[in-house]
Design a protein around this ligand. Structure first.
Ligand code: F6P
Length: 579
């Protein structure tokens, strides 16, 4: 079905290239005065409201984007994903993260087999195990209940679970279920991260969950060995069986590592690392912390969006609209970045998670991350246009006091404003004009208009601004944004938000005609350190000189070895953080 024609060669693309020149002559001030236009750019699904009226687009733009979607066979590609076809062609794999949150009675075929029962078998096992740990019927080697969990993993085996954990941490129902428990994440191979993670924890009451799709990732495996040593040193090697469990697709390596395969939680190669938070990767640590029933609601929220994405027509389809608008901003307006601005501290780890899921490579000099950071089509043809964007973000209002300056008066960066109607933790002080959450949300509502309308020199002069300051205080406006308003931030809504962004990435990739589901650039990084590691070992243990590197690397390595020569490094004696 995939056509070797690049999307930029289609008439729909060319029409948009011509159309954007017309749009560039408009100003959002004028576009926003058309109430009918605004009305038809606001939609709602399952209490999630999307307002994209502040995009530099008209209804005609939208129609043209729908034609582009047709030209890209978007609907067929979505269907192929849901039908379990091997759309990740470079790895010959299906892409079925939607199956991870499908209802128990759903049927999703993968290579002739319904995978939903397998998914639920693992979910049931997680529920059973997490209840045993939480209730204290599963105890550690010294008979104590395990109340603390360290999840060891990196990339997709870390960022998604961290985002969801951070979002749930202050949600009242989740908090109640997590009382007396701690969940920590060890990702960086930096020993400082180990030290921070074990600080204040007692191995007797700690469970380590090693999360690795491949069970070969160097950082994760060294961190896992380090924590295994931390447990063995305190409780003896036999304690590992009670204090370490694993999540992986590679159960053979799990067993080799010394973890009982009965305590391993499987997932499948049709789950991409950055799309794995709804598998045991996220569900196990989160269920240990919050209980399975909270996590199940998170899965249900994601599933609701999955069904919407699959069945809603384009004009009512939130991920489709978001994806098409991103293509419009990147490929036609030429905006290289996108800011993700949740007006919620609980969403502070949302942008870091989405960065890995969306961020791009447009050319050798642009930030390169996972899904849409590609320079060739799915058929391997070099692309003559940019794909992806540089995603970044911070919760409002913190961002307002830092990088918003650039957004208001520097580079044009399309912004996603994400607001929550009901705070997880409302505060109202007697005598204050508004509640603390209303104060926060006042900014959520005000910022998009400031970006869209700007402030003219004429308005400034009317306010008697001294003429030498007028150029500095002028805001050009015409800066696009969109707003997403969620009713609350419960587990269900967190699932919705996750799925909206996951599918938006897919839409962009499907339209650009790239493979959003491989990550060869990142795979390269996994092997780069090998040669340096060998050199460091040889120099430290046998005093061998640094050899075979260019002048710069040799100089740096030599200096590093000299400057750290007095750090204990005896391969026969273990050194753990003294924290
Ligand atoms: O970060 C790159 C990546 O390949 C991700 O896709 C994956 O989530 C991560 O490495 C970790 O890999 P693993 O889960 O196999 O340890």
């Amino acid at each position: 079905m995939a056509s070797p024609t690049l999307i930029c060669d289609t008439q729909a693309w060319k029409d948009l290239e011509a159309h954007v020149e017309e749009i560039k002559k408009t100003h959002l001030r004028d576009l926003m005065s058309d109430v009918e236009r605004s009305k038809s750019m606001i939609l709602e699904f399952d209490e999630v409201l999307l307002d994209y009226s502040r995009q530099r687009a008209t209804l005609d733009t939208r129609d043209k984007l729908f034609k582009l979607a047709e030209a890209a066979h978007l609907k067929e590609k979505i269907n192929r994903m849901y039908n379990g076809e091997h759309i990740n062609s470079t790895e010959n794999r299906p892409v079925l993260h939607v199956a991870l949150r499908a209802p128990r009675d759903a049927v999703i075929q993968c290579d002739g087999k319904n995978v939903v029962p397998e998914v639920w078998k693992v979910l049931d096992k997680i529920q059973e195990f997490s209840e045993r740990v939480r209730s204290g019927s599963w105890v550690g080697a010294t008979g104590k209940a395990l109340k603390d969990v360290i999840a060891v993993g990196i990339g997709g085996s870390f960022l998604g679970p961290l985002f969801v954990h951070t979002a749930l941490q202050t949600e009242p129902d989740a908090m109640e279920c997590a009382r007396g428990r701690q969940l920590r994440f060890l990702a960086n191979v930096d020993p400082v991260d180990v030290a921070r993670n074990i600080a204040g924890l007692n191995p007797e009451t700690t469970l380590v969950v090693v999360v690795s799709k491949t069970f070969t990732t160097a950082e994760t495996m060294l961190n896992a060995r380090t924590l295994r040593e931390w447990i063995s040193a305190a409780l003896g090697p036999s304690a590992v069986a009670k204090h370490m469990v694993a999540v992986s697709t590679n159960l053979t390596l799990v067993e080799k590592f010394g973890i009982d395969p009965n305590n391993a939680f499987a997932f499948w190669d049709w789950v991409g690392g950055r799309y794995s938070v709804c598998s045991a990767v996220g569900v196990l640590p989160l269920s240990l912390q919050y209980g399975f029933s909270i996590v199940e609601k998170f899965l249900q929220g994601a599933s609701s969006i999955d069904q919407h994405f699959y069945s809603a027509p384009y004009e009512k389809n939130i991920p489709v609209l978001l994806g098409l608008l991103s293509v419009w901003n990147v490929s036609f307006h030429g905006y290289p970045a996108r800011a993700i601005l949740p007006y919620s501290q609980a969403l502070e780890k949302f942008a870091p998670h989405i960065q890995q899921a969306c961020a791009p490579k447009q050319s050798a000099c642009m930030v390169s991350m996972e899904s849409n950071g590609k320079s060739v089509s799915i058929d391997g043809v070099p692309l003559p246009f940019a794909t992806g964007e540089i995603d970044f973000g911070e919760p409002g209002t913190n961002g307002q006091h830092s990088f918003y300056q650039l957004i208001h008066q520097g580079r044009v960066i399309p912004c996603d404003f994400i607001g929550i109607a009901r705070s997880q933790q409302p505060i109202y002080l007697k005598g204050e004009p508004v509640s603390n959450h209303d104060e926060l949300m006042s900014n959520f509502f005000a910022q998009p208009d400031a970006l869209a309308y700007g402030k003219t020199a004429e308005e400034l002069r009317k306010e008697n601004v001294p003429s030498h300051l007028v150029p500095h205080k002028t805001f050009s406006g015409n800066r696009p944004s969109l707003s997403l308003l969620l009713p609350s931030l419960k587990a269900y809504n967190i699932g919705q938000l996750l799925a909206i962004y996951e599918h938006r990435v897919a839409v962009q990739g499907f339209v650009w005609g790239i493979n959003s589901f491989d990550q060869w650039g990142v795979e390269l990084g996994k092997s780069l350190a090998t040669r340096v590691r060998k050199q460091l070992h040889a120099s430290r243990t046998k005093g061998e000189p640094v050899e075979g590197f260019n002048f710069s690397t040799s100089t740096l390595l030599t200096r590093y070895l000299e400057a750290s020569a007095d750090v204990p490094c005896d391969p026969s004696a273990t050194l753990l953080p003294r924290i």
